[in-house]
Write a protein that binds this ligand. Structure first.
Ligand code: ADP
Length: 259
């Protein structure tokens, strides 16, 4: 059986940017809202370049130790266990730090010497340095702080990465993505995209995050699986976006205009 290839619809030359970044040993930052295809793009590129990818989903407890490695006790011995960054550096993989701004600041110090000409990782706990293997590449994602409650990345960190910007795709492209992901009929995919555009323009709702391509794919998946359409939209789009009754009602009414 032939394994299914990862589907990714290119938006604006990002495949070529990624290849140039990889060939020139540049670290790459993908910035853009949640659900806009950043992670899917990295998976697609890893497959295209035939590289192994290690993903770290960063959260507020993620520290340099989690990336680099730690001593563990095994029987009556203490052994050093490489973390994902060390493994990727030694073996030459893509390390994807998803939501890098969420992690503790010490991880920035850890990746410092890997994001410049040195391409080297120094591990003070074992007193060793490792030159990155040729295929090692650092990719990170970041959700810019134009909405409330999101963490920022320091300018000095930003300057260590070349940066690709992601956003929700044009209606025709977003429709194609939803169809390719779920096999939903075109007229329904088009309606979902219209709803998304309306909600994205309703700034007065004050949503922390708006409808992403991911939410549209979820709604289309439920519709395809046979759940009633209005219910699919309610639970895949409306409820994830807000907990306020007035807003939930307004969004439900809007969806019901189309389905
Ligand atoms: P992010 O990492 O930006 O939060 P994801 O990469 O997880 O977002 O994308 C969420 C979902 O949206 C994917 O699982 C996929 O179904 C869909 N998607 C978004 N953009 C694209 C694209 N350009 N090509 C294919 N699928 C996409």
């Amino acid at each position: 059986m032939v394994a299914e290839r990862i589907f990714y619809k290119e938006i604006n030359k990002e495949t070529s940017v990624f290849e140039h970044a990889f060939n020139n040993n540049l670290a790459l930052l993908l910035k853009g809202p949640t659900g806009s295809g950043k992670s899917r793009f990295v998976e697609y590129m890893s497959e295209k370049l035939e590289l192994k990818q290690i993903t770290v989903n960063c959260h507020e407890e993620t520290s340099a130790t989690d990336l680099i490695g730690r001593f563990m006790i095994k029987g009556n011995e203490t052994v050093w266990i490489d973390g994902p960054l060390t493994l990727a550096v030694k073996e030459g993989h893509i390390l994807y730090l998803d939501e890098i701004a969420e992690a503790r600041p010490d991880i920035i110090v850890a990746i410092h010497s890997l994001t410049d000409h040195r391409r080297e990782l120094f591990i003070d706990k074992i007193g060793k340095s490792f030159k990155a293997a040729p295929n090692f590449m650092l990719v990170a994602s970041f959700n810019p702080g134009y909405q409330r409650g999101f963490k920022e990345l320091k300018p000095s960190t930003r300057q260590r990465f070349i940066t690709l910007s992601f956003n929700y795709p044009k209606p025709e492209i977003e429709t194609e993505i939803i169809i390719a992901e779920t096999n939903i009929i075109r007229s329904d995919a088009e309606k979902l995209v219209k709803i998304a555009q309306k909600i994205r323009n309703l700034k007065e709702l004050g949503l922390t995050e708006t409808v992403s391509t991911r939410l549209l794919v979820h709604a289309a998946t439920l519709i395809q699986s046979g759940l009633p359409k209005r219910l699919s939209l309610k639970i895949a789009i409306v409820e994830p976006l807000s907990d306020e009754h007035d807003i939930v009602d307004a969004l439900t009414d809007l969806c019901n205009l189309y389905f």
